[in-house]
Design a protein around this ligand. Sequence first.
Ligand code: ADP
Length: 166
Amino acid sequence: MIELIKGDITKLEVDVIVNAANRSLLGGGGVDGAIHRAAGRELLEECKSLNGCNTGEAEITAGYKLPAGHIIHTVGPVWHGGSRSEDSLLKNCYMNSMRLAKENNLKTIAFPNISTGVYHFPKARAANIAIDAVMGFLAATDFPEKVYFVCFDKENYNLYRDLLDA
Ligand code: ADP
């Protein structure tokens, strides 16, 4: 039900990929920039109509030129040291994305390592939260059927490999 992948999330042929967006939803660096570049200009047009998104929440769009059919845009918390509800906000990103996938009957979903790039969330702490949230959600439902954790950097990949093997 859970699979670990090392690589570029924009290449995946899944029902939906998750974007680690910012509150404007108008694109940015990192995985957000890669998704906007791969999906094309039409994605930006649809994102403009959404009028932004709060931290921890999620919105869905079409996938346009991506091999994935849809994109769920969620806004991870910026790490400020842990006292600004960063843990629960990051959990909300995963839970709200899973919920949105379920509501849209999407069977396969791929997550990047939300907030662990320029938002500086500690990687091991983020990996534990991500895995707990997804496993908790999957235990209570049979949809989505398959969840991919897509790690772009080796450090995240090794963390997820160790946690998922345990
Ligand atoms: P955030 O602002 O939420 O920290 P970033 O995009 O800076 O978002 O980083 C989130 C994670 O996405 C990082 O672990 C980074 O290595 C990873 N990442 C960057 N590009 C890609 C990509 N093309 N596919 C999958 N993951 C990516």
